[in-house]
Design a protein around this ligand. Structure first.
Ligand code: BGC
Length: 763
């Protein structure tokens, strides 16, 4: 853990009471805001002259940044796709008596920044001291979830013991670049702008790219309002417009400036309509006014929480952690736009390019299935279905058949350029199949298989069938040259998890084909050109796959030569070496036994019901002590398995690590942005872990335990058109049916019928 004590522990708020320049980027990440359509790091509105990372991102607006590598390898993607840093629209320069406010230099007291997660609002206040003159500044901002194009800011200035001249300069600035651009190129060009006393706008367009990929236009417009008479003039220069607003404030008088901003993009409107739409939306919002906009926005956040809140009594740290995660997940994605997906950093930073990863299928869908409308998960599956053609292109590029879904993408085309990931981390393909299984098994929507699912499954299976090779000396199928989920080893042979998920995909595909045959859907089977000899090949691979296993240890072996390594436990490593990825050279990491994230154990999480308690225990006890959890996706899987194995302390330790990963900066990298996709981990740890919820074979089961430090916890799930509230305290489990028809379920393997409520003893 690298950072503590910056934020106060609070159930619903993230509160920072001390301003520190050194922690600026970290705090900016934590206090980011998003509304699924756009998002901002927690930057200040006024100027700041020290180090910080200005970040404004608009969902789906990206640029293919030409690949930069030292030595080109055939098959490399031509570009790395990036969600690009867009027009800075929150900016308001502030001058008090002609002196510019700049927190890097100013003398201030009572600094307070607060992210109110219940209401989706960011607030900030402090007192500026200049000689003996004190001026109170208060700022409130939100990105509306009622009108997605709208950002609203209220900037308050109150001279406490003096009268003063105030100058506000609200502006729109398109001179923005990505910190991570490959060639330090700016990705935007101005196409239109205007500034007047009443309003201003700036339209920027992404520059042309050599890959014939769509260019995006974004129109940002603004209007300001004050509660006092003022003088105004305007200014503009390249990709920039501003208003200059000057007024006098008396001692004790509170002056506020409301800046309302509207952002429209060519993803939603044609270039001809873009400006008119931006102004229409701006005017509607402006007429409603800051207070009404805020009220509506807060009501909607409260509605989201009614469904998704997890309440924990007895540990405010744990409570704050899970709400922080749910808040940022919903800020990134609430399923309104089918064309979008969930990027690992959401709108909080540039790392990972803001694109789609296997994280969505493996970690996000299992949670969204339970806490949001099932259409949202369906849309996430359709996102991949719609990209199937491009997944064929990826496989073909590697000389393989079927579909290879990319590690990183916007369109289905791979756009990650590290060979050990792009070419080798192919286990990701299995997660696509597993997500289809999860969705159908959870919702019961078998129609999905008929219409879309089978197309994807057969294409994935064809990929696996062409990627395995047959070793005739051992009479077994093998998969060589892969990277498993543990990215701290590359180019390994027979990664147990990859071999396992490959055959699982083949098996599931065969099951689905049988189901389609039973439903007399042979048309579909013919259309997909599925032949019996192809299915025989799948069966042969399933029956004859090689899985590394060690008899003496009785564990599945991560890959062929894993046990030849020097096997050391993380606890025996001097902590000064951690995190390894910041302290060790890459080759040293690759040679070591240390595991970045669940690998064999990822398989135990996915295919949990296939293994005995003993197998789970042995493999967990073997692998977890060598795991450094340096991927944010790691702790939750371990928390869930530890909970099942009654290793309660470990389960809780891993829960804290997933729930407070960013708040406590466990991996010392939160300044780059938040770990959005792994934020589902804290919910999964509570629901799949502590409450032991399982849904295999269309059966809903719970097997809860209560962590010692907690008094109670409760959550809601949406399951097959029903809404259930599950509350667990130190003695009882209470399950209430809040909506929908009665339902059969199991608690610790005992069958119940849930009509109204079930109350039973905690074991
Ligand atoms: C993990 C991957 C993950 C990616 C994005 C990496 O650090 O090893 O499994 O997909 O981050 O979250």
């Amino acid at each position: 853990m690298f950072q503590k004590d910056i934020f106060k522990i609070d159930e619903w708020k993230i509160i920072q009471n001390k301003f520190s320049k050194e922690d600026m980027r970290f705090c900016e990440s934590i206090t980011s805001l998003g509304n699924g359509y756009m998002g901002l790091r927690g930057n200040f509105e006024e100027s700041y002259s020290d180090d910080f990372h200005k970040g404004t991102y608009i969902a789906g607006v990206w640029y293919p940044d030409k690949t930069k590598v030292g030595w080109w390898k055939n098959g490399y993607p031509e570009y790395f796709g990036k969600v690009i840093n867009a027009t800075d629209f929150i900016g308001i320069k502030v001058f008090i008596n002609d002196k510019q406010l700049d927190l890097a230099k100013a003398n201030i007291k009572d600094f307070h920044k607060e992210l109110d997660m219940k209401n989706g609002v960011l607030k900030r206040s402090f007192i500026l001291i200049d000689d003996n003159k004190e001026t109170k500044i208060e700022v409130i901002r939100f990105l509306s979830i009622d009108i997605k194009e709208i950002c609203a800011i209220r900037y308050n200035v109150k001279p406490l013991n003096h009268s003063c001249k105030i100058k506000f300069i609200p502006y729109l600035d398109g001179n923005i670049s990505n910190e991570d651009s490959n060639y330090e190129e700016k990705f935007w060009l101005e196409t239109d702008k205007k500034i007047s006393d009443e309003y201003g706008y700036l339209t920027m367009k992404t520059i042309k790219n050599p890959f014939s990929i769509e260019q995006f236009s974004v129109c940002t417009s603004m209007k300001t309002k004050l509660n006092k008479e003022f003088d105004i003039n305007t200014n503009e220069c390249k990709s920039y417009v501003e208003q200059n607003i000057i007024l006098e404030a008396n001692e004790g008088e509170e002056i506020y400036l409301d800046k309302i901003i509207s952002v429209t993009t060519s993803r939603d409107y044609s270039e001809n309509e873009l400006l008119d739409k931006s102004l229409d939306i701006l005017n509607t919002a402006f007429d409603l006014g800051f207070d009404l906009l805020k009220q509506k926005h807060e009501e909607l956040w409260n509605k989201r929480w009614e469904l998704a809140d997890v309440e924990i009594k007895g540990s405010i740290e744990a409570q704050q952690g899970i709400r922080f995660n749910i808040f940022h997940l919903f800020s990134t994605y609430y399923g309104e736009d089918k064309r979008l997906n969930i990027g690992p950093k959401g709108f909080t930073g540039e790392k990972y390019g803001g694109a789609t990863y296997w994280d969505t299928e493996a970690y996000a869908i299992p949670m969204y299935l339970s806490i949001a409308d099932s259409n949202i998960s369906k849309n996430l599956l359709l996102y991949r279905y719609n990209q199937l053609d491009n997944a064929f292109v990826n496989a073909k590029k590697q000389g393989l058949e079927g579909a290879l879904y990319p590690m990183v993408t916007f369109t289905g085309i791979e756009c990650h350029n590290e060979w050990e990931i792009t070419f080798e981390e192919i286990h990701r393909n299995g997660a696509m199949a597993h997500a289809i299984y999860n969705y159908v098994n959870y919702t019961g929507d078998k129609e999905y298989l008929k219409e879309f699912g089978i197309d994807v499954l057969i294409s994935l299976s064809r990929f696996w069938a062409s990627r395995v090779h047959y070793n005739s000396r051992k009479n077994q199928y093998m998969i060589h040259g892969v990277t498993g989920p543990n990215e701290y080893e590359n180019n390994i042979n027979n990664n147990w998890y990859t071999n396992k998920i490959a055959t699982w995909t083949l098996k599931y595909t065969l099951e689905v084909i049988d189901y389609l045959k039973k439903e007399n859907l042979s048309d579909k089977i013919d259309k997909l050109n599925i032949k019996d000899n192809e299915l025989d090949k799948f069966k042969d691979i399933i029956d004859n796959m090689y899985y590394p296993y060690d008899k003496e240890l009785d564990v599945f072996v991560q890959h062929d030569t894993f046990l030849d390594k020097e096997l050391i436990k993380v606890k025996d490593l001097d902590p000064k070496h951690l995190p390894l990825n910041q302290k060790w050279s890459w080759d040293k990491i690759l040679r070591s036994c240390f595991i970045k994230q669940a690998d064999v154990l990822q398989g135990f999480y996915f295919f949990n019901e296939e293994f005995s308690y003993e197998q789970k225990k042995k493999n967990f006890e073997f692998y977890e002590p060598m795991t450094v959890h340096e991927s944010s996706l790691s702790p939750c899987v371990h928390s869930i398995l530890a909970a099942e194995l009654k290793m309660e302390e470990k389960a809780l330790e891993m829960y804290h690590r997933t729930a407070r990963l960013d708040l406590d900066n466990y991996n010392n990298d939160t300044e780059d942005g938040l770990h959005i996709t792994s934020m589902t981990g804290s919910w999964l740890a509570i629901v799949h872990g502590f409450a032991g919820m399982r849904t295999y074979n269309e059966e809903l089961k719970f097997a809860p335990f209560m962590p010692n430090e907690w008094d109670s916890y409760s959550f809601k799930i949406n399951y097959r058109n029903r809404l259930l509230k599950i509350s667990i305290d130190k003695e009882n489990i209470l399950i209430k049916l809040e909506k929908g028809e009665k339902l059969k379920l199991k608690i610790y393997d005992e069958s119940f019928e849930l009509d109204n409520e079930i109350k039973t003893k905690l074991q």
